[in-house]
Design a protein around this ligand. Structure first.
Ligand SMILES: *Cc1c(COP(=O)(O)O)cnc(C)c1O
Length: 291
C-alpha cells in the first residue's frame, strides 16, 4: 500500500498537518488499520476464525469485520445485550459490521465478565482472539510502519515542518507504540476513556512509557461517548477546514492541542468516521444540531 498523504489545514488561524490514515479504506482505516497491520499481513491459511468482544458501536469491531471479510475468516463478536435503541438503530458501525458477515452473540450482563475471561477455552490453533480495542503487542509493527512513512514523507518535502505528532487515546496502545517508534518527535495524546491515571496504567501494562510521550490532561472532565457542545463545535470547524474527524476521540485531542500546545503539530487521523452516523443521532437528540 502507498503511504497515506499528509494534508495541511487551518483551525482558528493555526495551521496543522494531518496524516490522512482515514483515507486508507472505508472500513479498515485509521489507527485500527495500523493496529491490525500484523493480522492483515498474516496469510489466510493461518486462521479460520477470529473472536473478539466489546462495545456494539466499536470502531475496532468494524475494522475486524472488514479484515475477516477480506481474509474469508469467520468473525464471532460477543457483547452485553443490546439496548432497545441499539436494536432499532440501523446506522453506524454495528449494522455495517453485520453486513460484512460478523456473527454477533449477546451475553447476559451477569455472566459477561466471567464469559470474557474464559474466552481462551473456545480457542483452537485456527482461532485468534483479539482483546478489546485491539490492545495487543502485535500492534507494534503497524505503528513502526507508520513512523517510517512519516520519516520518508518528511525527507522528501521541506514544507513538512512539524515538531510534534498527536493522536487521541482509548487504551493508549496507538500513542505508546507510536512514541516508541518515533523517538525524534514529541508525541502528544490525551485520555478519551477514563483519566490520566487509568491511561498510564493501561500503557504501563504493555511497556515502560517513553520520555517523548506527553499525556495532556483535559481541562474539564469528559465521559466517554457522551455528547458535548464544544466537541461538536470543533468537529464542525474541522469539517469546514476540509476534513471529517470522529466524534468520540478526536474532539478531546483537538481541544487539548489548541489549549495546551503551541508548536507545529502533525495530527495522526485515527479514523472512526463511520461511527459518526450513530453519534450524530445522539447529538441531534441532545442539542438539536442539524444531522
Ligand atoms: C480505537 C480508536 C482510538 C483509540 O486507540 P487506542 O490505541 O485504544 O488508544 C482513537 N481514535 C479512534 C477514532 C479510534 O477508533
Amino acid at each position: 500500500m502507498n503511504a497515506s498523504p499528509i494534508s495541511k489545514i487551518s483551525l482558528e488561524g493555526r495551521d496543522f498537518f494531518v496524516k490522512r490514515d482515514d483515507l486508507i479504506d472505508p472500513h479498515l482505516a485509521g489507527n485500527k488499520y495500523r493496529k491490525f497491520y500484523t493480522l492483515l499481513q498474516t496469510p489466510k491459511e493461518k486462521f479460520t476464525k477470529i473472536i473478539s468482544y466489546g462495545g456494539t458501536q466499536s470502531n475496532a469491531m468494524l475494522a475486524i469485520a472488514s479484515l475477516c471479510q477480506k481474509k474469508e475468516w469467520e468473525f464471532i463478536y460477543y457483547t452485553k445485550p443490546l439496548s432497545a435503541a441499539q436494536r432499532e438503530n440501523t446506522a453506524g458501525n454495528y449494522s455495517e459490521a453485520l453486513a460484512l458477515g460478523m456473527k454477533h452473540i449477546e451475553i447476559e450482563e451477569s455472566l459477561y465478565r466471567d464469559f470474557i475471561s474464559s474466552l481462551g477455552v473456545l480457542k483452537d490453533e485456527n482461532t485468534f482472539i483479539v482483546e478489546q480495542g485491539g490492545a495487543v503487542e502485535e500492534a507494534k509493527r503497524g505503528l513502526e510502519v507508520l513512523a517510517q512513512e512519516i520519516r520518508e514523507q518528511v525527507a522528501v518535502d521541506k514544507n513538512h515542518t512539524f515538531k510534534a505528532v498527536a493522536t487521541p487515546s482509548g487504551t493508549g496502545t496507538t500513542a505508546l507504540f507510536l512514541a516508541l517508534a518515533l523517538p525524534e518527535y514529541r508525541v502528544y495524546t490525551t485520555p478519551c476513556v477514563g483519566n490520566v491515571t487509568y491511561l498510564k496504567e493501561q500503557m504501563t501494562a504493555l511497556c515502560e512509557i517513553p520520555q517523548n510521550l506527553f499525556i495532556l490532561e483535559p481541562t474539564r472532565k469528559y465521559h466517554f461517548a457522551k455528547p458535548y457542545r464544544e466537541f461538536y463545535q470543533v468537529y464542525e470547524k474541522l469539517l469546514e477546514s476540509g476534513i471529517e474527524f470522529d466524534l468520540l476521540y478526536a474532539p478531546g485531542m483537538w481541544l487539548a492541542l489548541q489549549e495546551q500546545t503551541k508548536e507545529s503539530v502533525l495530527y495522526i487521523h485515527s479514523g472512526g468516521v463511520s461511527g459518526n452516523a450513530s453519534m450524530k443521532e445522539r447529538y441531534f437528540k441532545k442539542f438539536k444540531v442539524a444531522n
